[in-house]
Design a protein around this ligand. Structure first.
Ligand code: AMP
Length: 431
């Protein structure tokens, strides 16, 4: 591990002026903790392992140094009047688990690169759409390629791109990539990469598979571990409720708090439509986002949600990773996620980049045990709360909690004796 002193502004990180100018335009006032800690080491060419969620500013952490390294190399090549490699080369390869993340990362990179005036080419490739346009885009190679593993392998098989000139490899959301079953594709891709390269690995969690990958892939890396959810900006709450009353409670919360936008997670594609129908009967319009929707429909819903045209979005875990929706005020677990790490990914959609956010989980009798496991694995412990009018039976309360229950929300009594109000309390009160 290197010793790292934390710079306080972007200039001190060693970034060049075209990037600094862009960060000013984007109103990034100071680096996030991961950017402050990682960017100088990445610029110096070190390998990196970073334990960081989406929302921490991790995209800029790898995108800014990568753009700078490629631009500086281009300038040096010009001075030496040597032409850069011709053909279907790629210099910086970023592997991501989902199509949505591929597009999002490529968009961020293009945005950071505007002051390079087109000198750096970035292409995104992912499955679910025809590969013809992607092959065309790859003609003559690309400086940066953002790709999902399966589609990238297809393109390599079709000679659309080669990996033998890759200088930097980024594995974004490595845990998700492996849990989605990309292990074999990843191994096949890694075998095609040059041995000498810089590797940057980002993962929200570090299960055994990821640890093995890091050992095999990384060379004396700088290690950075951030808190997966920043308690000062993201407040987590859990409400106990009878199973039959879950939808009613959800509708009640949405109406009562008038959230500007809410992202609701369920566990199955069918549950999305089912819940949307039930909410609609209660006067709440919601859109759905799941893997059965075509790529076009998924993109449209996502864009509309990002643009604030959709208030309530019901989604499966396909939306849990990587989606960067600015200032999402609340994420609600209507169904609990199966894996504890998915819980962290879901709630990471709110409270991003320093914004106050709220993550609510609605748990019924059948969820109590599973929620305890989620808490244990994520090293959190939340007070079980109840909402007035939706209380569960006394027996249930004893099972749900290891310690005395909070009084029902809205019961008129103070919920947490002798405790300062949380951000969520203040925020809920004002909303
Ligand atoms: P990421 O974790 O990369 O998905 O980034 C989350 C969000 O934070 C994105 O909307 C970024 O544009 C934004 N962001 C990244 N770095 C900064 C920063 N230093 N200051 C303000 N916003 C940032």
């Amino acid at each position: 591990m290197s010793t790292i002193t934390t710079p306080i502004n972007f200039t001190e990180l060693g970034l060049i002026s075209p990037l600094l100018a862009r960060l000013t335009e984007l109103k990034y006032q100071q680096p996030t903790p991961i950017q402050a800690q990682a960017i100088p080491s990445v610029l110096d060419g070190h390998d990196l392992i970073a334990g960081a969620n989406t929302g921490s500013g991790k995209t800029a952490t790898f995108a800014l140094p990568l753009l700078q390294q490629i631009f500086v190399q281009q300038q040096a090549d010009k001075t030496l009047s040597s032409s850069r490699g011709k053909g279907n080369y790629v210099t910086g390869l970023i592997l991501v688990p989902t199509r949505e993340l591929a597009k999002q990362v490529a968009d961020s990179i293009k945005s950071y690169a505007v002051h390079f005036n087109g000198a750096i080419k970035t292409v995104a490739v992912f499955g679910g759409v025809s590969s013809n346009t992607q092959m065309l885009a790859l003609r003559g190679g690309t400086d940066i390629l953002v790709a999902t593993p399966g589609r990238l392998l297809d393109l390599i098989t079709n000679n659309a791109i080669k990996l033998d000139k890759v200088k930097t490899l980024v594995l974004d959301e490595a845990d998700r990539m492996l849990s989605l079953g990309f292990t074999e594709e990843l191994a096949a891709l890694l075998a095609l990469l040059p041995k000498k390269k810089q590797t940057l690995l980002f993962s929200a969690t570090f299960p055994e598979q990821v640890q093995t990958l890091t050992q095999e892939l990384l060379n004396n890396p700088v290690e950075i571990q951030l808190q997966s959810a920043d308690a000062s900006t993201l407040v987590q709450r859990v409400f106990t409720v009878n199973k039959g009353q879950k939808t009613a409670l959800l509708a009640h919360l949405i109406k009562q708090h008038q959230w500007r936008q809410a992202l609701i997670f369920v566990n199955a594609k069918n549950n999305c439509n089912h819940l949307a129908d039930k909410l609609s009967k209660r006067g709440i319009t919601a859109e759905v986002f799941h893997g059965d929707k075509g790529q076009g429909a998924r993109s449209r819903v996502l864009e509309a949600f990002k643009a604030g045209e959709i208030d309530v979005l019901i989604a499966t875990d396909i939306a849990a990773r990587g989606l960067d929706i600015e200032k999402l005020p609340v994420v609600i677990n209507f169904d609990l996620p199966r894996s504890p790490s998915d819980y962290m990914h879901r709630i990471g959609r709110s409270g991003r980049a320093g914004e106050v956010g709220l993550a609510l989980s609605l748990i019924d009798h059948e969820d109590y045990h599973h929620f305890k496991i989620i808490e244990k694995k994520n090293k959190i412990r939340l007070e079980r709360e109840q909402v007035a009018g939706f209380e569960v039976a006394e027996d249930d309360l004893l099972i749900a909690a290891d310690k005395p229950m909070a009084k029902p929300e809205g019961s008129g009594k103070k919920k947490r004796k002798n405790k300062a109000p949380t951000n969520a309390d203040i925020w809920l009160k004002n909303s």
